[in-house]
Design a protein around this ligand. Structure first.
Ligand code: PEP
Length: 256
């Protein structure tokens, strides 16, 4: 069955509110196609509300880059899922490798986040991926299995339908060294098999799995030609409206 493609732009800790607004204006002037692909912008928290105003009725969706699993309380510096929902956020990135490796988030923490995101009716983008050391030690499948299985540990089949998974090899993020489409295919089809084991084949066929790691307007076509790769999570190249729009156009060209 055909899964609607996704192009998600993770801005990480980039752009002030004013710069985010300038991006939105420039991006909208390119008339991005929002009917055949889901376009998701993941700005820093402070830009979610202003962008929700700018992007209302455009079909472009918003994601947060993180959240806390609790609803409210004494968690200084954290943001809850109901707060994100109140600013029209529909997606939340959970377990980005920078959260795992720089901030020490565990797969157990990430599993709690995924569960809370779905509980409040939003969609988690669960990131999984191995480091170069792990790949070279032949541990890629074991690592992504650990990230995936602990990320989805508490989900029912119905809840799993809200899930998006992003395979992001750590060695490819921000390095300019993207995985080959063949590498991405291998891991993504392994992830889909694991989803089928955990839920069932029908559910696994409905869950979108993205590739992320040095995606560019030049290389996205070959990733999107692979029927198992349902879209991209883009860091650096999503900061530029023209480049991000080119990634969208190339994703659509690959699906024709
Ligand atoms: C990311 O931030 O998830 C990412 C894949 O970054 P980049 O595209 O810059 O490698």
């Amino acid at each position: 069955m055909a899964r609607l493609a996704i192009a998600a732009g993770n801005w990480k800790m980039n752009k002030t509110v004013e710069e985010a607004s300038e991006f939105a204006e420039a991006f909208l002037s390119l008339s991005p196609n929002t009917s055949d692909i889901e376009i998701i912008l993941c700005p820093p928290y402070v830009s979610l509300y202003p962008l929700s105003q700018k992007l209302a009725q455009t079909g472009i969706k918003l994601a947060a880059q993180n959240c806390h699993w609790e609803t409210k309380g004494a968690f200084t510096g954290e943001i809850s899922v109901p707060m994100l929902k109140a600013v029209q956020c529909q997606y939340v990135i959970c377990g980005h490798s920078e959260r795992r490796h720089i901030f020490g988030e565990t797969s157990e923490d990430i599993g709690k986040k995924v569960k809370t995101v779905i509980y409040f009716g939003l969609n988690p983008i669960l990131c999984v991926g191995e480091t170069l050391e792990e790949r070279e030690a032949g541990q890629t499948e074991a690592v992504v299995f650990d990230h995936l299985s602990k990320g989805i540990v508490n989900l029912s089949k119905e809840e799993a339908l809200s899930l998006v998974v992003a395979y992001e090899p750590v060695w490819a993020i921000g390095t300019g060294k993207a995985a080959t489409p063949q590498d991405a295919h291998q891991v993504i089809s392994y992830l889909r098999q694991q989803l089928a084991k955990q839920f069932d084949k029908e559910t696994a066929e409905k869950i979108r799995i993205l590739y992320g790691g040095s995606v560019t307007p030049e290389n996205i076509y070959n990733f999107m030609k692979d029927p198992d790769i349902d879209g991209s999570l883009v860091g650096g190249a999503s900061l530029d409206p023209a480049k991000f729009n080119k990634i969208i156009l190339e994703s659509l060209r690959a699906s024709q």
